[in-house]
Design a binder for this molecule. Structure first.
Ligand SMILES: [Zn+2]
Length: 273
């Protein structure tokens, strides 16, 4: 998961979203209608297109490329119809077409793991009505890629494993299924064959070609350029790639030349964030 800047909402959503929100509030709060409410606006094609661009064709949670897997899901961070942790909660029906509540997700993260879960920190409680002060009542125990910096909560290793470094990180791994076996296998392949192998090559080049600086730089420049492309927010599993580069720099912090030539990789990642 990486931090993603949310652009302004699509123009059409502004009015359509308000209209559906008003209907949902009337249904649940005025009429107390027990029948199911049909949410339609969030699944409009223009919303999918906007989210697709915003998340660089990747799942907001696991960072897998979506075109290779399936059709993307439009995910409600605060679930629209139910809340697993609060059995008689009707869901955040008033946020079903709220731009800030919509993410793009793969089917596995959404339908097999996240579902209607929305855990909160102990001491806070779920908002239940449209005029509840959501930000006062709730302290979510999940990372939101648009409002939090996942880098502060999650750690990755060269074997594709993910660990939490905060309560939010640990809970997000569990709720989004970020340590599932198939996903770890895919991350391990990227980590080993693409990221770690190039970093090891750079370290070997430094040892081997120290006396031939021109040749050394030619060899290293190409690998830095390749690494840069895998650290880009457009790349699959870029959170892991950035984490591994930072870890290598910590592990080889006495190798001044390695620190110097890899500096632009971490500087670029700061710029991207
Ligand atoms: Zn996913």
């Amino acid at each position: 998961m990486i931090q993603v800047k949310r652009p302004s909402p699509p123009t059409k959503l502004k009015q359509e979203g308000i209209d559906e929100k008003n209907l949902a509030i009337e249904h649940f709060e005025v009429l107390n209608n027990p029948k199911k409410f049909e949410f339609n606006v969030y699944s409009r094609g223009y919303i999918k297109t906007a989210l697709w661009t915003m998340f660089n064709n990747k799942c907001a949670y696991c960072e897998s490329f979506l075109p290779h897997i399936e059709h993307p899901h439009i995910e409600h961070w605060r679930p629209k119809g139910k809340v697993t942790e609060d059995s008689d909660h009707k869901g955040y029906y008033w946020l079903a077409a709220d731009w800030d509540n919509l993410l793009l997700s793969c089917g596995v993260c959404n339908s097999s793991y996240k579902l209607n879960k929305f855990p909160l920190k102990v001491g806070s409680k779920h908002a239940r009505l449209s005029n509840d002060d959501i930000y006062k009542l709730e302290v979510p125990l999940l990372i939101n890629p648009c409002t939090d910096d996942p880098e502060l909560h999650l750690n990755f290793t060269c074997n594709g494993k993910i660990t939490g470094v905060t309560d939010e990180g640990n809970k997000s791994i569990e709720v989004y299924g970020l340590d599932r076996e198939h996903l770890e296998d895919r991350r391990r392949f990227t980590a080993n064959s693409i990221i770690c192998s190039r970093l090891k090559d750079i370290l070997e080049d430094i040892d081997e070609f120290q006396s031939q600086p021109a040749k050394l730089m030619r060899r290293i420049d190409k690998k830095i350029e390749e690494l840069n492309s895998f650290l880009s927010p457009k790349a699959e599993y870029s959170a892991m790639a950035n984490c591994i580069v930072r870890e290598y720099r910590r592990s080889y912090n006495t190798n001044r030349f390695f620190l110097e030539v890899t500096k632009e990789l971490v500087e670029d990642s700061i710029k991207k964030a």
